[in-house]
Structure formats: structure tokens, C-alpha cells
Design a protein around this ligand. Structure first.
Ligand code: FES
Length: 260
């Protein structure tokens, strides 16, 4: 098997240059003189990212659940192993230097949240976030959860899940540490009561209701829908716009040496 003679598909055509397959055939004949039959030949495109490194990242819309490694170009064996290391860190919630190096934001075409905020280029979007497994939440026992910065008191009552804001509207008590009676949670600080299904105030001294959140179960995961702020710029679905067809000559080896 013989390969090579890669070309950029978007390079200006060169009339002096031979067809790559013809060039390969000549090369083969120069090394193996005699009669040979080429029984199969093929060519295909390699897609690489602009800087030659793959993208390895946590999907911004499914944090903790979906992790992606793509854009390996022709370097899948080496980069696949590097991606495995980075994915291992990401799954454990570690934001290492390697994770930053392989992240979506490095090319500058995907804005980081802080950059997007500075530019006023963010949108608010509702997404479901995993906050617990069904084994974590015990019937009639409040569960303290957190979803993308939202502190949540989660309840399971008679087989149905409810989620309300955990921070008591009276003076900030933690409702998931309170006492649940029926569908009413009592704040452990000054005793205000709230309905866990509607968030309505059921007893003083609180005057304002609690926020409520939709809850759903996916497989063994309990998910709560929260609003998050996200960069407006190109997202994962625009990945292809970050790629170009290229076949060789990237800087990834020197990059890798610095991190692995
Ligand atoms: S902080 Fe909850 S009742 Fe006062």
C-alpha cells in the first residue's frame, strides 16, 4: 500500500504538477521496477482545524453529559490519545492547561463567556442540567442541588419531583436544610413556609414566593431546567466553519511537546 502526494484542494491549480495518483504510480515504479498492476486507488479529503489541533471540549449546552473530540485531520492515532487524556480531565471537572489548549475558544472564533459579556454578545437560554441521579433523591427528604450557578432545593414527593430556588426569599436561609411536611418546606432560619410545587409563601415571615424550576428524569438522571447565559457567537453546530482542508504541515507536534 502506498500513499502521499497530498494537495490542498483550495490551492491554485498548477499546470506543471502531475495528477497525484500518476505521481504515486511513477514513484512506485521507480522503487519496484517491473510489471505491476494497481488494483485499487482512492483519494479523500482530510479536514483539519485552523491550527491543526483537534477540538476537545465539554458541550456547552450539556455540561457534565456530553464531551466531544473532533477535527483530528490525518493525526487520529496521536491526537486520539491526547484527546483521551483531555477528556478524562474534563469528565472529572478539571480545567487543565491541556483542556484550554484543545478547547473551542482557543481559535478566538468562539468567544469565551467573559469576552462575550464584555462585548455585549450573550444570549440567555433555558437548558436542562443534570443535578442528581434518581438514587440520590429520597422521597420526602429535601436534596441540595446546584445547576450552573443556580442553587436549588429538590424534592421527591409521592414519585413526583419538584425544584425551587434554595435561597429563602426572606433572608437567604437554605431551604434544602429545612423541614418538609407534605408539600410544604419550612425554612430552618426563621420558619417561613413555601409550597414546593408553586413556590408560594405558606407561612411568615417571608413575603415573596420562591422561583420554581421544571424537573425531568432522563434515564437515571434528574435534570432541572435553568436559564444560563451563553456567548452568541459561533457554536458547536458551526464547527465546520472552523475547518479547512489541509493535508500536512501543522504545528501540533511542538504544541504537544509543551503539554504531554
Ligand atoms: S431566612 Fe428563611 S425565613 Fe428567614
Amino acid at each position: 500500500m502506498l500513499g502521499g502526494c497530498d494537495t490542498f484542494v483550495d490551492a491554485p491549480s498548477d499546470p506543471k504538477r502531475r495528477d497525484p495518483l500518476a505521481e504515486l504510480e511513477l514513484f512506485l515504479k521507480s522503487r519496484l521496477p517491473g510489471d505491476h498492476e494497481i488494483v485499487y486507488s482512492w483519494s479523500g479529503g482530510l479536514f483539519e482545524t485552523k491550527d491543526g489541533l483537534p477540538y476537545v471540549f465539554e458541550h456547552p449546552q450539556y455540561p457534565g453529559r456530553v464531551f466531544i473530540a473532533c477535527g483530528f485531520g490525518g493525526n487520529g492515532l496521536v491526537m486520539g490519545k491526547a484527546a483521551a487524556y483531555v477528556l478524562g480531565d474534563l469528565v472529572q471537572g478539571k480545567k487543565t492547561r491541556a483542556a484550554l489548549l484543545f478547547g473551542l475558544e482557543r481559535t478566538g472564533e468562539v468567544l469565551s463567556l467573559s469576552e462575550a459579556k464584555n462585548n455585549g454578545e450573550t444570549i440567555r437560554q433555558k437548558i436542562f442540567v443534570r443535578v442528581a441521579t434518581i438514587a440520590d433523591v429520597i422521597d420526602a427528604k429535601p436534596y441540595c442541588a446546584e445547576a450552573r450557578g443556580h442553587k436549588i432545593a429538590l424534592f421527591l414527593i409521592g414519585g413526583k419531583y419538584y425544584a425551587i430556588s434554595n435561597t429563602c426569599s426572606h433572608a437567604g436561609g437554605s431551604l434544602c436544610r429545612g423541614t418538609l411536611t407534605g408539600d410544604s418546606i419550612q425554612c430552618p432560619v426563621h420558619g417561613a413556609k413555601f409550597n414546593v410545587a408553586t413556590g408560594a409563601v405558606m407561612g411568615p415571615p417571608a413575603l415573596r414566593p420562591q422561583l420554581t424550576y421544571p424537573v425531568r428524569v432522563r434515564g437515571r438522571d434528574v435534570e432541572v431546567e435553568v436559564e444560563v447565559e451563553m456567548p452568541k457567537g459561533p457554536a458547536v453546530q458551526d464547527q465546520q466553519s472552523h475547518t479547512r482542508i489541509q493535508t500536512a504541515g501543522s504545528t501540533w507536534r511542538s504544541w504537544l511537546r509543551r503539554f504531554f
